[in-house]
Ligand binder design. Structure first.
Ligand code: NAP
Ligand code: F7E
Length: 337
């Protein structure tokens, strides 16, 4: 018999890829979002699956909405992907971030515990929890040192998931996913912002792009591959947490250099600090400049994840590396401009 899954955050990047993945596995997919008047979500439309999902309005701040949805369906699996997920916003809206990204998880876990403790639960944990890293490669047992209200909220949910697993024997797991990107990534995140910005500059739609810290390093993978790991975690005999990453790390500047290279833009970096700029060598125009408003009150400077446990127990490994990911994102951006 086919399984029924709930994906919270169906309108987000991972929600779209996971829904597509589960539909191919013949799941009945219930997708929740926080809107009352549903407009077609562009990500689901891009994947051609907008009519294959049953939608439910479920604002994570409202426990009664959560209970209503859990009473209406008999879920086998729940993927909690909904969150205020933008780190920069979490500094400006810490209370809302804590209410949704931390307490939202508590509301769902309490609902599962009281309504149907047999449901398997996946929590979207984040490499941001490692923060100002205490080890130069991060694993499941590496100590956390979060640097933003977002990361602290995710850490609350991470510990809570573990606590409900040990206290109430729920099949509840966290995937500690490192940054994962795709053509469906939100435009506020740096990878999509860079790709869209460069393509728009190339096509003469905008003059230049403003960014913050170019020297932070991230372990970037491909979102489409990462959602499979979420599902694999819920198919294991024993509930356990896993790191999902590529094991490689690059700076924002490396990312830009690969992207301009693929776009065949002839560029050079000049200046330092806030005056650093990327110049188009053919006409001496500025392509990228620094704006201090994009710097964060506290930064996560370096992330690199070890996915060895996922390889061993889930037989999962990343296939798409950074250059290939950039190519995928640029080709799709050019197609949809
Ligand atoms: P995303 O694109 O920002 O999607 C977040 C989803 O949460 C959206 O559907 C959003 O709905 C929904 N949401 C926000 N506030 C809500 C609320 N109050 N009630 C109900 N739904 C709400 O994020 P993503 O990149 O797909 O990531 C999925 C999850 O993984 C998130 O929890 C994120 O924090 C976590 N994560 C992401 C990464 C990554 O690199 N992408 C890495 C580690 C962990 P709207 O469309 O209405 O805003
Ligand atoms: O920033 C730097 C910025 O916003 C990456 C979320 O999915 O992954 C994501 O969080 C880096 C940071 O992602 C700009 O300072 C420079 O060091 O793309 P981002 P993030 O903060 O790593 C984790 C794993 C999650 O869990 C989150 O939900 O890029 N940066 N200049 C910039 N970042 C942005 N957004 N915009 C800039 O102009």
């Amino acid at each position: 018999m086919s399984k029924t899954a709930l994906i919270t955050g169906i309108s987000g990047q991972d929600g779209a890829y996971l829904a597509n993945f589960l539909l191919k596995k013949k799941y009945k997919v219930i997708g929740s979002d926080r809107r009352s008047a549903r407009s077609v979500n562009w990500r689901l439309a891009r994947l051609g699956i907008e009519n294959k999902i049953t939608y439910e309005e479920m604002e994570l701040g409202e426990v009664y909405e959560i209970q209503r949805v859990f009473k209406k369906y008999k879920f086998d699996e729940v993927y909690n992907l909904a969150a205020q997920s933008f780190v920069a916003t979490s500094f400006r809206s810490p209370l809302n971030t804590a209410n949704i990204t931390a307490l939202g998880t508590l509301r769902i876990l309490e609902t599962i515990r009281s309504i149907n403790p047999k449901i398997k639960f996946y929590q979207a944990s984040s490499s941001e929890m490692y923060g100002d890293v205490l080890k130069n490669i991060q694993r499941e047992n590496t100590p956390f040192n979060p640097q933003s209200p977002y990361a602290i909220s995710k850490l609350f949910s991470h510990h809570l998931t573990k606590n409900y697993r040990s206290s109430y024997k729920l099949f509840a797991v966290s995937g500690i996913l490192f940054n994962h990107e795709s053509p469906l990534r939100g435009e506020e995140f740096v990878t999509r912002k860079i790709i869209k910005g460069l393509v728009y500059i190339l096509k003469g739609k905008i003059k230049n792009l403003e960014l913050g810290n170019l020297y932070a390093k991230r372990d970037w993978g491909y979102a489409k591959e990462y959602v499979e790991a979420m599902w694999l975690m819920l198919q294991q005999k024993k509930p356990e947490d896993f790191v999902i990453s590529t094991g490689q790390t690059y700076s924002i500047k490396d990312f830009i250099n690969y992207a301009t290279n693929y776009l065949k833009m002839d560029t050079k970096w000049v200046g330092n600090g806030l005056n650093e700029k990327l110049i188009n060598k053919s006409n001496n125009k500025i392509i990228i400049k620094i704006n201090k408003k994009f710097f964060r009150p506290a930064e996560v400077n370096f992330l690199k994840g070890d996915y060895k446990k996922a390889l061993k127990k889930l037989s999962w490994k990343p296939k798409v590396r950074l250059k290939e990911l950039i190519k995928i994102m640029i080709d799709e951006e050019l197609k949809n401009i």
